[in-house]
Design a protein around this ligand. Sequence first.
Ligand SMILES: [Zn+2]
Length: 713
Amino acid sequence: MRYRRSSAVVLSGLLVATLGTVTSPAAALGKPTATTLAGLAAPEPNQVQDLTVKQADGFATLAWTPVDGATDYQIERTLVDDAGTATGPATIVGVWRPNRQINNEEPTFADAGFNPGDRFQWRVRARLGTTEQPYSLPVSGTTTAPWGDPAVPGQNLRTQWETTKAAQYTSDVNEYAYTAAIDERSDRVRIVEIGRTVLGRPINMFVIGYPTPPATPAEVAATSPLSVNCNVHGNEPGDREACLIMARQLAFSDDARTKDLLSHTTVLIVPTVNGDGRAANTRGNSTGQDLNRDYSLIRQPETFSFVQMLREYRPVAGYDGHEFGNSSAGDLPMLPPRHQNVATSIFNESQHMIEGHMYEHGAKDGWWPCPYGCNGGGNVGLSEETILRNTLGLKNVVNSLLELRSSGGATRPDEGNTANNRRRKTFSALWTFNEFLDYHRANLDAIKQARTEAITFQASNSSRIVFRGSHLIPAHPAPHPGEAPPPANAPTEDQILDNAPCAYKLTEEQYNGTRTDGPGGVGFTVAQRVRAHGWKVVKAADGYVVPLAQPERGLIPLLLDAQGAEELVGAERVYPSGPNRHNGPLVVSGVTCLAGATVNGPITVRPGATLIATGTTISGPVSAASAAGVFLADSTVRGPVSVTGTSGAVALVDVAVSGPVTLAANATGADLPLLAGNTVSGPLSCAGNSPAPINLGLRNTVQGPRSGQCAGL
Ligand SMILES: [Zn+2]
């Protein structure tokens, strides 16, 4: 299945064609053109025409009419005073190449790197091969000053990076002061400390909503929030500065767009998950661990905190900010979650976010997104589930990596100046994150649909397991930003498990035993990590059972199977036992797995027992009283379902029930009973469950009344 493509590309092509047929006859009729109206000389051969400039936060978009046969274009910028007199040298600051954008008919270039607020003149010239053609007529303009009215409290806050004109990055101390000042002055912002680094630095998160952010993580989760992780590699600080500026814009902007965005969702911004690495300007944290190789294993307090935050706040979409040292790549390499255990719907929607939204808007505003690794970027952008991009995908979050090309390279020839280089990177990130907000606002229904399909797919436990290996990123015909995607990275035979188990069983030692893989040789136990991920676990007589009939099914085997590339433990694979067809009543004791089974009769789950059923048809009621665990997914029950007094975990996902469904007095501790995407021909009633059931945004279809704790599900 191809990911969905917006029709806007096709539409914009049609519009160009339509406008062409309208304007040509007008010109033929001898109507005056803009040039003759202005009394200017006729253009020279191959001279760029119709140059315009538009200002935005930290960049200026230049646009012009293409010259036939042009190989590329050079963009010249000159500092000028108010009278238009040059006060600095004319410098080539940019080179436009055809593979920058999807519609070559309307070239645009986002010039950035200058000091915001200064005034410039720009000219553009084509090159045929390496032969320079005449410059366009100049355009000039005053660039947009740093965001926020200096006379308005809150808006007038500035980061250290802004006040030093990018000479210094914002320090930890300055970040905390700036963050606290925003928190204090804006009702829209709440700062939450989601954890601490190894060296004890707070890991803060902006929680931003309008007029105020929802009060609790669960209430935030109900708004389908989006998250931006700004700085996991301490020596890649460009995105973090963009995040700090964006937080101020969201906190204090009174424009309609911002209020609309924040009225419909909650924005979660983690500026510095790796504060120790940032302070030391190192890639890893203080132990040397690359944290973006640790989001599945969560050996470190930084990644552990972040994953717990994901469990609590449940963002539906995300961006993860980095810098990338390939000077021949685009401005903004991006990449979706590619691990093959990521549901196709999540992969497709993430690709749509990049190619359908970022490529299109990049072409309008002049930025250059491309697939990570683009243009000779090497063997990067693969399937490690330890990388946040993939971890998020395996948690059913639509998301992308963002890389800011760290070197100027051939297309940014004036970035030997450090401040110019830093400003280009940070303002390109600010553009991307703002576009991400707009994408979320415009596509939330599609994101939710992708998530619904993903969660039902994962809980069905119906496909092979791939330990490493990627979804293919197809190449696009040149010239196109997608012409050079990362390697195919298909799984090898030994990275595939065709016969997926129904669950993993861990021994007491595996589950609660001491671990030495954390800082100072002390690690979180497997039990703590399983809880941080939010996985459902059942205590059985001889160990701990983690069924695959749950939303993060794609990630679980990567950590609990000995065949995993970077597993936590090699737990026992539990497979269905007994016949696939059962006639008459079935009484479940111990742990019973049914996969693709037919039960012609009722099922009774005995006290302390666990039922795990996927793809199963049950002709009769299902009743569980004081069970350890009940997992039903992708199944049909011809009769009522009653689950009461469960002690471990409950999950009913995508089950068609002919009859009432009752969940009562389940006391499952840390586990949130899951009732998601079911079809119930009868009443749905929930009472006395602790904690109350949730649906992860997958609304149940219920013929009868919904009552008690399930009234909103
Ligand atoms: Zn990085």
